[in-house]
Design a protein around this ligand. Sequence first.
Ligand code: ATP
Ligand code: MG
Length: 152
Amino acid sequence: EPINVDELVNSIIASEQLKADKKVNFTYSNIDKIITIYADKLHLGNVLNNIIDNAIKYSNEPVEILIACFKQNKNLIFSVKDNGIGIPADHINQIFDKFHRVPTGNVHNVKGTGLGLSYSKYIIEAHGGTIGVKSEINTGSEFIVSIPLSNG
Ligand code: ATP
Ligand code: MG
C-alpha cells in the first residue's frame, strides 16, 4: 500500500502531542521530500508510534524529540532522537527482546509490557528493513529505522 510518509509522521506527532502528559517539543524534518513508501500502513504506523511513545515515556521534561526522515542509498530512514534517560550498555542488545524492560532508573514508574520494540523489529524486518539504536545514559537515545524504498 502506498503511504504518504509526511502525513503518517505528522498524524502520529499530532496524536502523541494530544495524549502527552508532559511538555514535549517536536522537531520534524523531511529533507528529501519523500512522499511515498510501499508498506503496511497500520503496522508501520504502530512501529513509529511506539518509538515516539517511548521517546516521550523515557524522557523528563522538557522533552525534545527530533524526528528526521530521509533517503539514504535506496532506503527510507526514520530517525527518532530524544533527550531522555538513555539505555544502559548492558541492556542495549536486549531491548528488542520480548518483554525486556530496563529495570533501573525511573523506568519503574513508566507503564509498559516490553513488547513494543520486539514487535517493531519483527515488522521492520518483515519489510526487509532494519532497526537499531544508539544511546547514552542521562543524555538520550536515537532509534534508526531503515526500510528499502523498492519493496513495493
Ligand atoms: P510497550 O511498548 O509494550 O508498552 P515498553 O515501552 O516497556 O512497553 P518497548 O517499547 O519494547 O517496551 O521498550 C523496551 C524497553 O526499552 C523499555 O521498557 C525501556 O526500558 C527501554 N527503552 C525503549 N525506548 C527507550 C528510550 N527512548 N529511552 C530509554 N529507554 C528506552
Ligand atoms: Mg514501548
